[in-house]
Design a protein around this ligand. Structure first.
Ligand SMILES: N[C@@H](CCC(=O)N[C@@H](CS)C(=O)NCC(=O)O)C(=O)O
Length: 213
């Protein structure tokens, strides 16, 4: 039973790649560039009409898009791996809340950064749009950090690594940058560092973020 993941180094496919590795799934990685030339964009749209990665082809050949949905689906489908709270676990609500928060309030700002012309035709406005998107991301980090301040840890949902930790850890590497994340999110940092220290995650991170190992 094999998956096919369409993605690109450092892009939103990182968390799906790490999740597939953590659950021990058989998968093929197809490198595409959603921000590349017209031919590349056509390749992405052929599997995902929105033209974005991650896009995951499931073993039954159906197409799955939307990073949070993919992670939640993988967590449930491969529940033996213990990466997601079970449907009746007390942490389930918090898990869903913050997965969806990250997708809708944080990740969505990259739809602006990846194509400001989609939001304003006048290129003179784009520098401001990019700066405001960065500012919004920082505000969202601060808000999430405050919500987790004093949480028991060591991971975000308690004793064990979850897909929420993975999602946050990936985004901590994106704009406005890791240094800004570390400053804004002392309450999230320990869980992110623990997640990145996992040997499976560390391999995926080294490939995607060109980190020293
Ligand atoms: N809502 C989507 C967002 C995916 C997304 O924005 N991916 C970026 C790469 S990290 C992309 O493909 N950007 C190209 C574009 O928006 O045209 C998700 O959560 O998977």
């Amino acid at each position: 039973m094999a998956y096919t993941l369409y993605g690109r180094a450092g892009f939103g496919s990182v968390c799906v790649e790490a999740a597939l590795e953590l659950v021990g799934a058989d998968y093929e990685f197809v490198e595409v560039d959603p921000l590349g030339d017209a031919a590349e964009q056509r390749r992405v749209r052929a599997v995902n009409p929105v033209g974005q990665v991650p896009t995951l082809i499931l073993p039954n050949d159906s197409v799955m898009t939307e990073s949070a949905a993919i992670l939640i689906w993988l967590g449930d489908r491969h529940s033996d791996a213990g990466l997601a709270p079970a449907i009746d676990a007390p942490e389930r609500a918090e898990y869903l809340r913050w997965m969806l928060f990250l997708a809708s309030s944080f990740y969505s700002t990259f739809t602006i950064s990846d194509g400001p012309e989609r939001f304003h035709p006048d290129s003179a406005t784009h520098a401001d749009l990019l700066a405001m998107a960065d500012r919004r991301r920082l505000d969202m980090w601060t808000l999430m950090n405050d919500a987790f301040d004093g949480a028991p840890g060591p991971f975000l949902l308690g004793e064990s690594l979850s897909l929420l930790d993975l999602y946050v850890a990936m985004m901590s590497r994106w704009d406005p940058g890791r240094a800004a994340f570390e400053e804004a999110c002392p309450a999230l940092l320990h869980a992110v560092e623990l997640t990145e220290a996992d040997t499976v995650v560390a391999e995926v991170w080294a490939r995607n973020f060109r980190l020293e190992r």
